[in-house]
Design a protein around this ligand. Structure first.
Ligand code: ATR
Length: 275
């Protein structure tokens, strides 16, 4: 437990709902291990303009933004960095002398999670399932690292729009068996608790020898990852992306190196207890 005094800096997450957020456990561990006098709380927020006024009025030092507010916060901030502007979503707010800047660390989180397992993404082909906010961040990050992207999505119009924004290809979910790829990433909610039997594509469309990442971490082993392992694919669960997006937030707020391995260990332990 940190000692709280008049110098303690306040950080937190705004979302709705936030009761299951792993952010407080992860960031409070990082604050305590780096000896920073700060605490991180979860704020269940529905009124975004008032929340932003509160951040300014109380000089809150840094905020994570989660579902459903990643787009709606944007007009209330003083600046948006280039990555968040390109993705069209903010998951992090920094507060520098009452100037609030929106950032997006999800792209960094996804790319770091992939590259620590597969090596450089340059020249790799990446097939992304979904075209929502999470898909935009993952696809943007992978494209920036030199990967060739294909977007597969249930609704054609949304999928084609994301593909066009990134100069990428679009394909129907049913056409996946004819698409060649090195890495497949699920960004849809299909397979998430409580609908754990769900799988976003037919298991037979999974190609042996490829890498399959699911950004879902509840459950840790989604049906997609279980089927992928049966077909000798390498798999990456949703924890590494979560850890690395949080680590980048921590670095933005504090200027300090985050204790990534300890954060990872804590999140896996916490999820195993919950699941
Ligand atoms: P987020 O911002 O978390 O990515 P989102 O914007 O709601 O969430 O996007 C969810 C994505 O998962 C969308 O691409 C959605 O497909 P549609 O564009 O067709 O809505 C996709 N998705 C959600 N449920 C799905 C399902 N049951 N089968 C296939 N795709 C699904």
């Amino acid at each position: 437990m940190p000692s709280i005094d008049p110098h303690t800096r306040l950080f937190g997450v705004i979302g709705h709902p936030v009761t299951h957020s792993l952010g407080p456990a992860m960031h409070n561990l990082a604050l305590s291990l780096t000896g920073i006098n700060g605490v991180y709380l979860a704020f269940d927020v529905t009124d975004i303009p008032s929340a932003i006024t509160g951040i300014r009025a109380l000089s809150i030092a840094g905020i994570s933004v989660t579902v459903p507010h990643k787009t709606t916060v944007m007009p209330y901030l003083d600046a948006i960095d280039d990555t968040a502007a390109a993705i069209g979503a903010v998951n992090t707010i920094t507060n520098t002398d009452n100037t609030l800047t929106g950032h997006n660390t999800d792209a960094h989180g996804a790319v770091t999670a992939l590259e620590e397992q597969t090596g450089s993404l340059r020249g790799k082909t990446v097939l992304i399932l979904g075209a929502g906010g999470a898909a935009r961040a993952v696809a943007y990050g992978a494209a920036q690292k030199g990967a060739t992207i294909t977007i597969a999505n249930r609704s054609r119009s949304k999928g084609e729009k994301l593909a066009a924004d990134l100069n990428a290809r679009f394909c129907e979910l049913s056409d996946i068996p004819s698409v060649s790829y090195d890495i497949l990433i699920n960004t849809t909610p299909v397979g998430m608790h409580p609908n754990t039997d769900g799988i976003p594509i037919s298991p037979d469309a999974l190609k042996p020898g490829t890498t399959v990442m699911d950004i879902i971490y509840n459950p840790l082993q989604t049906r997609l990852l279980r089927e992928a392992r049966k077909r000798t694919c390498e798999t990456i669960d949703g924890v590494p992306m979560f850890i690395h997006q949080g680590a980048r937030q921590f670095a933005l707020w504090t200027g300090r190196e985050p204790p990534v391995d300890k954060m990872r260990q804590l999140v896996y332990n916490e999820l195993r207890v919950r699941q």
